[in-house]
Design a binder for this molecule. Sequence first.
Ligand code: SF4
Length: 276
Amino acid sequence: METKTKKFKRDILNWYNNNKRDYSWRETNDPWKILLLETISQQTQLDRADTYFKLFIEEFPSPATMASSSLKKVLILWSGLGYNNRARRLYESSKILSEKGFDELYPNFEVLPGVGPYTNNAILSFAYGEKVITRDVNVDRVFSRYFGLNNVENFVHNNKQPLLNRVSSRDLNQAIMDFGSMVCKSKNPLCSTCVLEKNCEKNIVKIKKSKETFSGSNRELRGALLKLLLNENIASLETIQKNLKTDKVKLLKAVSTLEKDGLITIKKNNLVEINS
Ligand code: SF4
């Protein structure tokens, strides 16, 4: 008798064959491209991430090209994506990778700044063909709903073999990710037309989300401040405050967190400079 896991793999891979989104990086096994894409696509929709990915790969086709550039140049290219720490970590990773290379770090890429278990597994699966599941929120949601799970981590750990035997981990991982963002969506999953519906436990849990307001937040101010410094290079606190029309307490908080993140330096005479 066909197991639930087998049915899941069969149905989701069939769906993927007919519906996969066509991106330039889909078939790559270049770990640098995968690291770039995974870093850019965090908290960013894939179509938008794809546009930035193309810009980045053209400018920085290898870790060495980014490492020999400057943080400022990386931040300029990153403009509009937000969460500038990711750009800094990517830049720091490029420095390490230009010395050591992915093969030397294999299989532990978590030594690279900003690389956690998800990106580590994405590199292992997409670049090295390792039999691993790349778990992110989309993937966890699909597993949890379909198999009726409270603990996806345990499930994946205990079912690694049946999930991954006789399939390409790249295809299965990408299939689940696409399916999670296109069909088994966080809000309003498309159950009535879903090809997995027949065998799905429909364990749909409503998540109460407290939404962080961007407008007026420290994150918004940090972004505006960084944008100003990318143009001016260096500016006094007074000039920044005037330009950004903000109060001093908020500005000092933004400045100190950006300095802590290694993106700017506070100099003498209240001058603030972008790091390069
Ligand atoms: S039937 Fe609904 S809950 Fe189940 S996999 Fe499809 S979209 Fe998700």
